[in-house]
Design a protein around this ligand. Structure first.
Ligand SMILES: [Zn+2]
Length: 223
């Protein structure tokens, strides 16, 4: 009798949970409302909420998909907490990560991009910088990391530092992917950026990592 009661309670609790989840489904304009694991891994459906493009629950920003100029969520708390864990784990192995950049507003990106175009020309600037509205940094889910060898920061050589090497094999365990991998320049439109990591949550990051795909390929956005 007692067992039955417990089973009944458990069922009620479970039902309660899934009802709550259903109610939250249409509201996806806040990345902090993260859905359970099964939603992360199964939904690849496109939705656009207030000008922000999602595939499943993942915000996508790239060369062709932009964010509205007034989209300014600031640094995402969950992503920052995950980054702190990543850096602490690295430090425990003698590494020394430095955060070189994080959230960047539309206007900050516009200024930066203009400077790069003035310095290197548009064609070159476009291989390493984004037009305003197209920077993943505007999501608050992205960081650029440096190492103790700061002369290699923001260069491909960062990937050869102990920090850069560690990141290539551990980032996904803390919920991040290297967003612009080597050999995928023709898909992402960006040069290899071993320092630029994007937060996806651990389950999705590990799945994307194991797939060997870029986010564009993972969500079928490549023609
Ligand atoms: Zn970056």
């Amino acid at each position: 009798m007692k067992k039955l009661l417990i089973a009944g309670l458990a069922a009620a609790v479970l039902t309660g949970c899934s009802n709550q989840t259903e109610q939250h489904l249409p509201v996806i304009d806040n990345i902090k409302q993260i859905h359970p694991l099964d939603k992360w891994l199964t939904s690849k459906e496109k939705s656009v909420v207030k000008g922000v493009t999602y595939y499943g629950d993942t915000i996508i920003v790239n060369k062709s998909i932009s964010l509205p100029a007034d989209y300014a969520p600031g640094e995402n708390d969950e992503a920052r907490a995950a980054l702190n864990k990543l850096m602490a784990a690295g430090a425990a192995e003698g590494l020394n990560f430095a955060v070189r950049s994080g959230f960047r507003s539309y206007d900050e990106q516009a200024a930066l991009y203009q400077d790069y175009v003035a310095r290197d020309g548009k064609a070159a600037a476009d291989t390493y910088s984004a037009e305003p509205g197209h920077s993943e940094h505007q999501t608050g889910l992205t960081f650029d990391l440096g190492s103790r060898e700061s002369v290699k920061d923001f260069t491909i050589s960062f990937g050869d530092t102990p920090e850069g090497k560690w990141l290539q094999t551990h980032a996904q365990d803390y919920g991040f992917i290297i967003r612009y991998p080597k050999g995928k320049e023709h898909i992402t439109g960006y040069q290899y950026e071993p320092w630029h990591i994007r937060y996806l949550g651990t389950d999705l990051a590990q799945e994307v990592y194991r797939s060997g795909l870029t986010l564009e390929e993972y969500y079928g956005l490549v023609r």
